[in-house]
Design a binder for this molecule. Structure first.
Ligand SMILES: [Zn+2]
Length: 158
């Protein structure tokens, strides 16, 4: 595998110094996907957001993301409570308070209180009192966000 050629000197200088950025962060900043990698120009299917040290936001492929980003960088994301639309679908990043209420609705208590009581969590051993809310919480755990539809539906029962 040959290393991709970055299209500008600025991008070359950013190697190993950029930060990964969530899709929501990119969309909220008004950055639309280009269909190609904005670092090397190659056509790509999966696009990832990165922030260069100079503040520029680029959609890049997985390979360029790996080369550009610091190895221990934490993905920059939107603030809790933010809503956005991506590809015609609306999403929400819930607040911590909302997630606490969702956990109580799902399991009768918060995840932290279960961990405090039982020690280390057993895989798949969480008590779900409400399967619908559990599926919502599971989605949140995987993606850190919900569709507006899921958020609205769950809000009615927590
Ligand atoms: Zn690339």
């Amino acid at each position: 595998m040959t290393k991709p050629k970055f299209i500008t000197e600025e991008i070359r200088q950013s190697e190993g110094k950029a930060e990964p950025v969530s899709n929501a962060y990119m969309i909220n900043a008004g950055k639309e996907r280009q269909g190609h990698c904005q670092a090397c120009g190659k056509e790509i299917n999966n696009q990832y957001g990165v922030k260069l040290p100079n503040g520029a936001l680029l959609w890049v492929g997985s390979e360029c993301k790996k080369i550009l980003c610091k190895s221990d960088a934490i993905t920059l994301d939107v603030a809790p409570g933010t809503q956005w639309t991506d590809n015609g679908k609306s999403y929400v990043k819930p607040t911590e308070d909302w997630i606490t209420r969702l956990q109580i609705g799902t399991m009768g208590e918060t995840l932290q209180s279960i961990i405090d009581r039982k020690g280390l969590m057993m895989c798949g051993g969480l008590p779900a009192k409400n399967q619908f809310l559990f599926s919502i919480w599971d989605t949140y755990r995987q993606y850190g966000q919900l569709t507006e539809k899921q958020y609205t539906a769950a809000s009615k029962s927590i």
